[in-house]
Write a protein that binds this ligand. Sequence first.
Ligand SMILES: Nc1ncnc2c1ncn2[C@@H]1O[C@H](COP(=O)(O)OP(=O)(O)OP(=O)(O)O)[C@@H](O)[C@H]1O
Length: 367
Amino acid sequence: MLTELRLSDFRNYHQADFSPSSGLNLIFGANGSGKTSLLEAIYFIGSGGRSFRGGRLSRLVRDGASSATLFAVVDQPSGKQDRLGVRRALSGIESLKLNGQTPSALSDVATLLPVLALHPQSVDLIFGASSVRRRFLDWGMFHVEHSFLAAWKEANSLLKQRNALLRAGKASQKELRYWDQKLAASSATIEGLRRPYLARLKTEWRKILEMLSPDLKVNLELHNGLRPGEDYLQALIRTEEEDRRRGFTHAGFHRADVRITKDGVVARDRVSRGQAKILSYALVLSQLPMISEANKVCTLLVDDLGSELDQTHRDTLLRFLTMGNHQTLITAVDADHLGRATVENSGAAARMFHVEHGRIQRISNDS
Ligand SMILES: Nc1ncnc2c1ncn2[C@@H]1O[C@H](COP(=O)(O)OP(=O)(O)OP(=O)(O)O)[C@@H](O)[C@H]1O
């Protein structure tokens, strides 16, 4: 859980400090004051250098500055405290520090602060490419399933080697088959880990949807891209000609999708934008109990909760967000519009912050 954050030259922040509570935090401020940028900074730290906003990461550096620096203190459930620092120059990550040392891999820091975000682009889970849903599924597995990272790294490395061979254009069939067998086995291992995880995620998703929108009847399933009765090796052999022609591998763990349907039709072609928002939010939130079962505390970032949801859905969602043992940060333009009462009535530690022109001011004590 995040306990301290210092932002330097990040977006419109020149220098700012932020100390959230372990429970609910409401951050309000006018349009363009820096609310999303604050959540983006936390996401950047937690995800090992990504933004949920899209666009070029060099834009994170404040106009006129040469680099942006974030420093975070993270309390672990074990009682251990981690200190994370990252400097992002215009050209890329310039320095990464964990407890004063340079970590050997980005994955060393990526497990320390599990961050989930609800934001306007969350609907990409419904409308976007399969890679968005795959990344989302793998994020949870990465935090919860110990063997997943090693399995994923191995599969990814095999895929790269097979693709390099295809691009070189000289691979004999025997040579290619050697990599096919390895990649097929590795893909099956990953699928074996993804399936039970997704089944549990689906149960949680259904529970949340039952609360948020009981009339919305939907389904989700793992789609592995294989034809009926086919295994990965047979699929790799089937696509060999096309793979050789196009220089990349068309079958394997990297082609999986989480297929979401409503009335038997793929949800993207069937649901309204508001429904897509509810489905995608419920999907994100379904990871919370899984993370918590793995004895980790998730930091949940909620940007612009109000847009596109009616009052009933917004209130139900807000009630859900205040349950559980995750740390929650919610932004709103107006404190009264969303949450002042929730914060004031919240039994858990709750704090309220006002953001103005890249300055963060705490305006309430823990209740
Ligand atoms: N690299 C940058 N340097 C300086 N300012 C920036 C940079 N990138 C974005 N900004 C500005 O930062 C300000 C804060 O943007 P942000 O999206 O965080 O606002 P917000 O409070 O979430 O607004 P809204 O309520 O409209 O969503 C905006 O005025 C934006 O133009």
